[in-house]
Design a protein around this ligand. Structure first.
Ligand SMILES: O=P(O)(O)OC[C@H]1O[C@H](O[C@H]2O[C@H](CO)[C@@H](O)[C@H](O)[C@H]2O)[C@H](O)[C@@H](O)[C@@H]1O
Length: 262
């Protein structure tokens, strides 16, 4: 079982590359990559985030050697457009919508039934949060991100209060957190970890295929916990302890690590 650790206490994947490479030569891994904060730097406006060409080339080359999936909180079509590679799998909306090559598509059926509730809460919160400057909405198919990166420090608690007060009227919805973002999700037992396990079955004929997961945010913890036969690598740090096994400092080290697999 994975245990929680202070991210600062995690071993560096870069300093242990040789040891890791020898593991990978015995067990060819499936590779799961988070997007924001892992493949693309965190920026002020969510629309402006993007991968650089070097990272795209590395991921493309990796996909010629390994089965790869990008697992993101972003909407499926958004993350697919931003990555721009057609031969890999994607899990968008925190795993609620999954797609891959040859028109493979799998939306969470339970979440599908909740689309009208999302439309309703989005409209209500758009209206209630008008009193706070800098709030940005990002509607994904099955989740709703409400960004507060540009909200003044002294307005942030009011921002959270407004959302909290409203969301308690909606037992079918669940409120999660990310980096300067509140994520409204279906209150269903599904998350990035479950999506990764679904994909592990899809991408391999083995019962429990060896896997690597790289991610930077609290939502990636659900996936790190599933890396019983594999390795979780935390990129940078987030507010909490982590179930990851190793850490890399930043996106430059993500590239260095991914390059070492080629
Ligand atoms: O699972 P991920 O691929 O890491 O996506 C998580 C969320 O990432 C995006 O928001 C974050 O990145 C933005 C751009 O750098 C930044 O402005 C924002 O503050 C961050 O929270 C994305 O916009 C969300 O939809 C994702 O859920």
């Amino acid at each position: 079982m994975k245990t929680l650790q202070d991210p600062k206490q995690l071993d560096s994947a870069i300093e242990n590359l040789e040891e890791l490479q020898s593991k990978f030569s015995k067990n060819k891994p499936l590779i799961f990559l988070d997007f924001d904060g892992t493949l693309a730097p965190i920026v002020e406006n969510h629309e402006d985030a993007g991968m650089d060409d070097e990272t795209r080339k590395i991921v493309k080359k990796l996909s010629q050697k390994y089965a790869i999936a990008v697992v993101s909180g972003r909407g499926l079509s958004d993350v697919r457009d931003k990555v721009g590679l057609t031969d890999i799998y994607y899990a968008g909306s925190h795993g609620f919508e999954i797609a891959g090559p040859n028109n493979f598509e799998k939306d969470n059926e339970e979440a599908e039934k909740m689309l009208p509730v999302f439309n309703e809460i989005e409209e209500i919160l758009q209206q209630k949060l008008r009193v706070i400057d800098g709030v940005r909405f990002e509607r994904k198919k099955f989740t709703l991100a409400i960004h507060y990166r540009q909200v003044a420090e002294d307005k942030i608690s009011e921002f959270h209060e407004i959302i909290e007060n409203e969301i308690q009227n909606y037992p079918k919805l669940h409120k999660g957190d990310g980096k300067k973002v509140v994520e409204i999700k279906p209150n269903i037992d599904w998350h990035k970890g479950k999506a990764v396990n679904f994909l592990r079955k899809e991408l391999s004929e083995e019962e429990n295929p060896f896997s690597i997961y790289l991610g930077d945010d609290t939502t990636d913890e659900d996936a790190f916990r599933e890396m019983e036969n594999g390795i979780g690598i935390l990129v940078g740090e987030h507010a909490d302890d982590s179930y990851a096994d190793y850490r890399v400092e930043n996106i430059e080290e993500v590239k260095q690590f991914l390059n070492s697999l080629l």
